[in-house]
Design a protein around this ligand. Sequence first.
Ligand code: F6R
Length: 246
Amino acid sequence: MNIVTVKNDMQLSDVASSQILKAIENKPDLVLGIATGGTPAGTYQQLVKKVQLKSVDLSNIKTVNLDEYVGLARDHEESYWHYLHEHLYGPLELSPDQAIIPNGLNKKLEEECVRYEQAIQQVGGVDLQILGVGRNGHIGFNEPGTSLDSKTHVVELTDSTRQANARFFEDPSEVPTRAITVGISTIMKSRSILLLASGEEKAAAVSALLSGKIDKNWPVTILNEHPDVTLVVTEDAKAEEQGHAG
Ligand code: F6R
């Protein structure tokens, strides 16, 4: 694993956005896996600026979202469809055809998961997957204990994840209880992974990862088996002593 330790969010966003830009310049039809949430927001902002500054053509990229809440309408401010359009598609004027995103309103959720897995395969899989990490070690919404062989599936969000995400909602009771997430085995098929971790509340998860052991109760640790991972981590997220997991 390639580890880049940075002082703060600003530096994290700068390093991560440059890596994404480089990947697009190397492969103009890049399939970019999108994580949402607080951590990558600054990265997308920086990416937009850099793309505009260099007039990079993004018309051939595709994006694949990691997850979506079940039951939120697309225009709900906290849906990940909305996040994607607010952070990337709006400012970069990308075509909606370029976005592959789970439909959390599909009444037939199991069929939606199968469709989504096929949609990822149809674009040839993800070239560069951006990941954040939950304080409990989740990646996507693969909560602790998720099978390492999992494909796209519906998850019940843990209380810890719902509480962490309550900051984005006016009323904490509005946080959906379920989501569709790309599974761990699908994430592991991405050709390269850019994992972003910021803030001391991520220190336990980062410590578990850096212990080098694979532990189902810390899903992020599976990334130790991936051949091409770059971790961009703030100093405070790396502060915990090693040897937490196991
Ligand atoms: C979101 C996602 C989640 C987040 C994680 C960290 O698409 O996949 O795994 O990356 O919950 O969220 P933040 O960055 O808000 O701390």
